[in-house]
Ligand binder design. Structure first.
Ligand SMILES: Cc1cc2nc3c(=O)[nH]c(=O)nc-3n(C[C@H](O)[C@H](O)[C@H](O)COP(=O)(O)OP(=O)(O)OC[C@H]3O[C@@H](n4cnc5c(N)ncnc54)[C@H](O)[C@@H]3O)c2cc1C
Length: 511
């Protein structure tokens, strides 16, 4: 909640930064051929590149842009001599003739850490980085961190959107203040680990005057924290018709659709069948996110719909479809509690496998059809296109050792949802959780600050340095809210271990 207050204050102080942003994009793009991309994917981790076009998160960005706008409004080549455009021909497969570039640091300058992402892992790292030792560049398609555990609450208005987002430049103020530190609103599309360079593509929402374009940034040390993406299992129609719940813009879209359907269903001329469809909210996936969202929806129905939409209150329904058991990673007693509680709150639990999604209905593998007005997809996460393009030793995650280094590439580190221990490390791949990302961020930044103090922050200068104790993860337990001030707390170390588990109001207070 403290985060929420900070965000709100800054929101009120914000000016119209979007205009600046658009203006600078024009400057950055001037000159011919900037959109050219000469770099087909080369197929190994030392040199890779893929033209990933990221939709970005601009609808929300535009409303809070001034939080983190400085990195965008001050483009490197217009501020500093060493951050020039490269006009010369080069033999690199990545270089366009006019790629704007943040050049490699020179002797005597502070080493530059480039951080990809602005999620849990990246922000914990950024927060702790000693900027007396390093300059820092954060590159991400969104300029804020999302406090994901509370995202479901924003879909129904329990919390405001700005309460769950924190601008990156508030988390690491150097990004807003230090002359050689920046935030760039872009997605990384490739890394050349030999040259110590990342290749990026700016993001846009299609409303700005310029198409996305590419630029390069040199690093001394690279931290990959680009997260994961929702899994759709290639099921037809999911991407087109379902809502995901990972970004603030997703929550905004869900809220809009929910309210729109409530309004439309009250109009004259709507058939009973159509009214039922419009007000049928379907959640696919019975993991913590799906369950929490279903709980929030049922609270919303009890709290708001019954009072403010009395004409249609008897039509609105929530169905949660799960292929196996809901909350399968939780203790069996907690699962039973959640099942009973959700059912009591009016959430219909259905066992089923989705085969196909149409604009107005879901087709299950048994052939049954489920008409819906709102469909939220939450069936877990997998590697992003960017991570898949890295082709490191692991297929689904960037392979790291115990110090979160990518062994095949000097000065490259990876953490959070996008990283996983290499097989030879002999440790399990950690779950895609904020508590893992957060603790890896803390571990890595302490390591970086130690390295920096020993003057080993520059590229290739920490090669034979002893790095101290490796990263060790101890699971503190899992929690999930199920609505109506009730939650589950599972304090077991792992799925098969014994340990304390609680459900109910006290758990909700803990949550
Ligand atoms: C609704 C929801 C609720 C959750 N609740 C919990 C919970 O209660 N407890 C818990 O432990 N975990 C929870 N999680 C999981 C947790 O949020 C993730 O495990 C955590 O966010 C992972 O952190 P990360 O930094 O690795 O990735 P993220 O937080 O996803 O951040 C990834 C960042 O990388 C950026 N990015 C993506 N592609 C690129 C690119 N090509 N170049 C540069 N940047 C890029 C993204 O914009 C983003 O800023 C929840 C997740 C969701 C979606």
């Amino acid at each position: 909640m403290a985060l929420a207050r900070i965000a709100r204050n800054n929101y009120r102080r914000s000016g119209n930064a979007l205009a600046n942003y658009a203006g600078e994009r024009v400057l950055l793009c001037e000159g011919p051929s900037v959109h050219q991309c000469h770099s087909p994917f080369s197929g190994n981790f030392k040199t890779f590149h893929k033209n990933v076009t990221t939709g970005g998160n601009l609808p929300f960005v535009s409303s809070i842009l001034s939080f983190g706008s400085r990195g965008i409004t001050t483009t490197p080549q217009f501020q500093f001599g060493h951050a020039e455009r490269v006009m010369v021909e080069s033999d690199s497969e990545y270089e366009g003739p006019n790629y704007p570039t943040l050049e490699a640091t020179k002797p005597g300058e502070k080493p530059r850490v480039v951080v990809l992402g602005s999620g849990w892992a990246a922000c914990r790292f950024l927060k702790g980085l000693d900027t007396r030792l390093y300059d820092v560049v954060c590159i991400s398609p969104r300029n804020h961190m999302v406090f994901t555990p509370l995202l479901a609450s924003t879909c129904v208005g329990t919390l405001e959107f700005r309460s769950v987002a924190e601008p990156v430049s508030q988390i690491q103020t150097a990004l807003a203040k230090d002359p050689n530190s920046y935030f760039f609103l872009a997605a990384c599309t490739g890394v050349d680990t030999d040259k110590h360079e990342v290749y990026c593509e700016t993001v846009g929402d299609g409303k700005l005057s310029q198409e996305p374009y590419h630029f390069r940034v040199s690093y001394d040390k690279l931290v990959i924290a680009s997260g994961s993406e929702p899994l759709t299992f290639g099921i037809k129609g999911v991407k087109e018709h379902a809502f995901f719940l990972r970004e603030v813009s997703h929550a905004q879209d869900i809220r809009k659709r929910l309210l729109l359907n409530l309004m439309l269903s009250q109009n004259p001329g709507i058939s009973e069948e159509e009214k039922e469809r419009l007000l049928h909210c379907v959640v696919i996936g019975g993991g913590p996110t799906g369950v929490e969202f279903s709980g929030e929806l049922s609270d919303f129905i009890m709290r708001d719909v019954r009072q403010r939409y009395t004409h249609v209150k008897n039509y609105i329904r929530v169905t949660l479809i799960e292929a196996n058991e809901i909350l399968s990673s939780f203790d069996v007693g907690l699962r039973e509690y959640a099942t009973k509680h959700l059912t009591k709150c009016g959430v219909r639990l259905v066992r089923g496998v989705v085969k196909e999604v149409d604009a107005n209905k879901i087709v299950l593998s048994d052939g049954s059809e489920v008409p819906y007005g709102l469909l939220v997809w939450s069936t877990g996460v997998g590697p992003s296109e960017f991570v898949k393009s890295l082709k490191s030793a692991k297929v689904s995650r960037v392979g790291v050792d115990e110090w979160l280094r990518v062994p095949a590439a000097e000065d490259v580190f990876a953490l959070g949802d996008c990283a996983g221990f290499l097989e030879q490390v002999g440790r399990p791949v950690l779950p895609a959780l904020a508590q893992v990302a957060e603790r890896q961020g803390k571990f890595l930044v302490e390591l970086f600050n130690r390295i920096g103090k020993q003057d080993a922050g520059k590229a290739l200068s920490a090669k034979d340095m002893p790095l101290g104790d490796p990263f060790v993860y101890k699971h503190l337990g899992s929690m999930a809210s199920v609505g109506r001030y009730k939650a589950l707390v599972d304090l077991r170390q792992s799925k098969d271990a014994k340990g304390l588990s609680l459900a109910g109001f006290v758990s909700w207070l803990i949550w």
